[in-house]
Design a binder for this molecule. Structure first.
Ligand SMILES: Cc1cc2nc3c(=O)[nH]c(=O)nc-3n(C[C@H](O)[C@H](O)[C@H](O)COP(=O)(O)OP(=O)(O)OC[C@H]3O[C@@H](n4cnc5c(N)ncnc54)[C@H](O)[C@@H]3O)c2cc1C
Length: 440
């Protein structure tokens, strides 16, 4: 094989897609995958694009966020979606696969591509010799994680353990939630937070429900990491330490007056705006590992959240991701090293399809860089463009991973009243924008 033009690190969902896109454009690719020589705590096989948990890539309906992403990926020539079609299993409207068949297909096609050489090796440092895509995922091996941290700065790589839920603004009861800043945070402008006030009885009911809630089991490797959780403890762990622990912790109401009563509530849940459009809010300090059905039920006990619609629920697992808003360009290269691209969960995207989609864009863009062409930044009206925009423009201090959802798209000029029509309008606009701006 002739000398390589590009190095792709990690043959997961993002790396497999990136390697394919480069190879199909005639570039010679070195694809490094450390399994099975070096295992991860979650993968079970030596195959590429192994799905570690669910076997579903999400809804395939074009008027759902996941389905829109699939449609965009098909338009852009996605390798992962093509392999998923081959391994598809009946699952209603979802794109679900036989996970073994799927991973086999991805492995076979990549391994037999004339422009790809696969090496089963652990990459222990960020590639220097070749332009590269780093797609080593949430379980990036420790030596590579250390090298990424050295390149990007010590505070720019997280080992993130727990995430808090995100709710749609339109689903909040604004006759109950009131706007006011978190006390003592001098850097917050007046009224940056929405507050859900709880009286003593409501607080007691919430804490009791939380203490009784069933939690998601942690895997062995995550239990080993439990000492890391102390600085961002899940709310159910706090509740189990004492009935007042939450009221003195993330739910402390100091400095806040409920305009309905003119008095300080017993406790509050604070919501912080999560996207520029103000359509999404996250529950501050509410990281949790309670089972999802149970979690929604308990969170809806909070006044103002009775009809809340969650675009993301809390969960906990080890996760490695860079501070993309500080480090990455929306075309997915490192601003300080334009020949180095990042893709997949390591850029702070969630979900199988979203991760594969960033691999698709990183692969296309590295190929364009090698060809001296302008890089592709997808329109923000598209789901993939919006995801890339979100992870590269979110507020760096509070940056948390994001999955495909309609809340990250720019608002419609004339939004239809029904949710279904609104989602369809988002989808139509996205596909029109993509068709107009697709790479040639
Ligand atoms: C326990 C767990 C459960 C999850 N469940 C779900 C779920 O149900 N649904 C969902 O959508 N998402 C789930 N995720 C998130 C899921 O990991 C991502 O959606 C997706 O797999 C990320 O794609 P990726 O390509 O970024 O990483 P991965 O698919 O993990 O691929 C990264 C690859 O890089 C390799 N690698 C790592 N370090 C090195 C190195 N130094 N050198 C060479 N190779 C290396 C790894 O072996 C791996 O093959 C889960 C994650 C975890 C950890």
């Amino acid at each position: 094989m002739e000398p390589f033009s590009a190095h792709v690190v990690g043959a997961g969902l993002a790396g497999s897609e990136a390697a394919w896109q480069l190879a199909e454009r005639g570039h010679r690719v070195l694809l490094s995958e450390m399994r099975p020589r070096v295992p991860t705590p979650a993968h079970l096989t030596d195959r590429f694009a192994e799905l570690v948990c669910s076997n579903s890539l999400g809804s395939d309906l074009p008027d759902r966020a996941g389905g829109l992403l699939h449609a965009e990926m098909r338009l852009l020539g996605s390798f992962i979606v093509a392999c998923a079609e081959v391994a598809r299993v009946p699952a209603g409207n979802a794109l679900a696969v036989d996970r073994d068949r799927f991973a086999e297909e991805v492995t076979r096609r990549l391994s037999s591509h004339p422009n790809i050489e696969v090496r089963r090796e652990e990459v222990t440092a960020v590639p220097q010799a070749l332009p590269a895509v780093v797609a080593s995922g949430p379980l990036t091996s420790p030596p590579l994680a250390a090298s990424i941290r050295e390149l990007t700065g010590t505070d720019a790589l997280y080992f993130y353990d727990a995430i808090a839920p995100i709710v749609e603004h339109d689903s909040l009861d604004l006759s109950v939630c009131f706007r006011s800043s978190r006390y003592a945070e001098a850097d917050q402008a007046e009224g940056d937070y929405l507050n859900c006030p709880l009286n003593r009885e409501e607080y007691r009911r919430f804490v009791e429900a939380l203490k009784a809630a069933e939690r998601m089991p942690l895997r062995d490797f995550e239990q080993e990491d439990e000492q890391f959780f102390e600085s961002c403890l899940p709310i159910e762990v706090l509740a189990s330490r004492g009935d007042d622990a939450l009221a003195f912790g993330p739910m402390r109401p100091v400095g806040l007056l409920d305009p309905r009563t003119g008095r300080r509530p017993h406790a509050v849940v604070q919501l912080r705006q999560d996207n520029l459009a103000g359509s999404l809010y996250n529950l501050v300090g509410f990281q949790t590992n309670v089972k999802w059905g149970e979690q929604e039920r308990i969170l809806r006990l909070i006044p103002g959240l009775e009809r809340a619609e969650f675009v993301r629920l809390g969960q906990m697992h080890r996760n490695t991701f860079i501070n993309s808003p500080r480090l990455l360009d929306p075309a997915l290269f490192l601003r300080k090293r334009p020949d180095l691209f990042f893709a997949g969960q390591i850029v702070g995207v969630e979900g199988y399809a979203g991760n594969a989609a960033t691999g698709l864009l990183a692969g296309i863009n590295l190929a364009r860089r090698l060809e001296g062409k302008p890089l592709l930044v997808l329109p923000r009206e598209t789901m993939l463009g919006a995801l890339c925009h979100y992870v590269t423009h979110a507020e760096p201090k509070h940056f948390q991973p994001m999955k495909a959802n309609f809340g990250i798209l720019p608002p419609l000029e004339a939004p239809p009243r029904s949710k279904r029509d609104r989602y369809q309008a988002y989808a139509d606009r996205a596909l029109t924008a993509l068709e107009a701006g697709a790479p040639r």
